[in-house]
Design a protein around this ligand. Sequence first.
Ligand code: ADP
Ligand code: MG
Length: 778
Amino acid sequence: ISAKEKMLREISLRLRVQQQQWQDSPEGQKMLELRRSLPAYKERDALLKAISENQVVVVSGETGCGKTTQLPQYILESEIEAARGASCSLICTQPRRISAMSVSERVAAERGEQLGESVGYKIRLEGIKGKDTRLLFCTTGILLRRLLVDRDLRGVTHVIVDEIHERGMNEDFLLIVLKDLLPRRPDLRLILMSATLNAELFSSYFGGAPTLHIPGFTYPVRAHFLENILETTGYRLTSYNQIDDYGQEKVWKMQKQAQRKKKTQIASTVEDTLEAANFNRYSHWTRDSLSCWNPDSIGFNLIEHVLSHICKNERPGAVLVFMTGWEDINSLKDQLQSHPVLGDPSRVLLLACHGSMASSEQRLIFDRPPEGVRKIVLATNMAETSITINDVVFVVDCGKAKETSYDALNNTPCLLPSWISKAAARQRRGRAGRVQSGECYHLYPKCVYDAFSDYQIPELLRTPLQSLCLQIKSLDLGGVSEFLSKALQPPEPLSVQNAIDFLKVIGALDENENLTVLGQNLSVLPVEPKLGKMLILGAIFKCLDPVMTVVAGLSGRDPFMTPFDKKDLAESAKAQFSGREFSDHLTLIRAYEGWKHAERQQSGYEYCWTNFLSSQTLRAIDSLRKQFFSLLKDTGLVDTDNESRNKWSHDEHLVRAIICAGMFPGVCSVGNKERSITLKTMEDGQVLLYSNSVNAQEPKIPYPWLVFNEKIKVNSVFLRDSTAVSDSVLLLFGGNISRGRQDGHLKMLGGYLEFFMKPGLADIYLSLKRELEELIHC
Ligand code: ADP
Ligand code: MG
């Protein structure tokens, strides 16, 4: 046998001895006992047999039954026992960074090892793995990136895709790629794991792969909907608008139960906020009118109320609160900290659980609190399935969820909170029944729940596909439409076409859908393509710093805060930065630069406090800017010399023009009337500005156009983040000023001009632009 084989055999033997030693040790025995109590253990042999006999296996089982921590371990252990330890290599993907980290840590501990020995993890910009690492937990994005350079996943023996029921875009994307790969790698094993029972869908996608179910056990959980909750808090809904069997609509009406009783502060706030939230306005709830009721606006006081009710009147047990995102979690945490009971650390252990928390904080979430202290965990929907907190007895569910968008490098555009599905609500409720029977407080009425859809719509079907299309192109996976038609549930051809058209308009694809040079550069920038284009233009036009600030600001959250009770103060603080430039983007740049200056004087915190800015968000912008810069440096587009890179950074006209180039084709016309402004876009007709825009406060905007980042349809169409621009700026920078292939965008721009101007004028403008472009071309 060759020297290499000999070495592999030695490693395999060593791994086997190590594993055996741990399992024979007293701690190892204890750990094994614990692991054997999990429902997955009963299925261990069946699972291993199915995996050895089939290329693809689908495994389903209740959250907490041991899929993530046990299944990959079973495979690893059996490979090591069979003296194949050296040649096996398992990759287990997780949709979230934090679960990849926490799970790997747990599995290493269960194997009596440090992270980086046989178990490791890898997430973007971070990871621990060593030469002996055989089981790697990573995010789905990491595996996709690996597939980019290593099409056949050479050396990998098992791929385990976890949490497939979540149907994230990356996971659906990965499944298409893996399905293509399987025939080329007949020895590769693929295991799909899901918390719900709709495993059939995945099984049939892989040609009828066998499915295995791990039966679990949970205790019953009682569901309380808003109407019952209000009752226990002194208010009652006398009737509500279910459409009854005869098609008659009843109307929501709230009545104080004890009319003349002492009115408590909180109770009146709950009532007021319910009023404010338009509770009474809608006669029946459909999915459309659901969007009009925003639980966030009633949320905090109601949650506080329910939590203090639990702490005062209920038996011991941890509380898990499902919120929409970490901004909400942080603000609620702040609010609760000043509550007499909830904020008292001797009685309540208040913890936040979200993607960016430190691992020391993570551990507290799993630990049991001291006797007499109630653990309250505020979490995002990641606590639905990817982590399990065993001692939870009470669940509070706000009914909405948002994709985590704090990490712009995940390539996910910011999403608004939306209603969860029935499956997700059930899942949340189930979290209360791990160790004993539990209670779940759904902060919405039963009829709202009835209007939820059964399952979450896959991300692929509800997000813009621009970034994904660009990725497919840069991975050279063939025609976008053809590739996406192979998805588990393919997106509408129209949304694929929209994305392709958009990429053509911004010049990332040419007329034949081939990647342009711009497109190639955009595909390595982990931001939306139009924002990536803005970065590149900022580099070319030597005003990189302010442009990076804008892009970082647009890809994350808004640093301007508007506390409910200090709205006016916050608005006037923000107005100071606007300098009557009629631009949210330039306002952000000024606020950020002021903060940087204050930071250098050690007064960043005071600066944020007096100006209603979130220092956390500003810091996030700062770190994003650093990451953008290092990525841009790799493309070779930026000067390393700070001076020349920012030669024109102080020129606000130029920066405004680059913003225009980035926002295009988000353009609306401005019509100034007596006292009001009318805004129109070509597709929507009249549109409105979000109230937090600096332009919303202006009686008049002395520019003919506004370019905007995003529009969102609520009742009317609302624009977010706008900047006023002149004719000439729109003409020169609106659309693709790179050479060639302008037809698509010229048509587009032409459409705009014709829509808003006299036809003759539009022609002149267009021919001017063509000439200009030729000039640039030369
Ligand atoms: P599943 O993937 O099926 O939802 P897991 O494998 O994640 O289940 O979890 C199995 C069990 O291990 C659960 O009871 C959970 O509470 C426990 N567990 C998971 N992670 C940790 C941890 N870091 N510390 C302690 N217990 C954990
Ligand atoms: Mg799991």
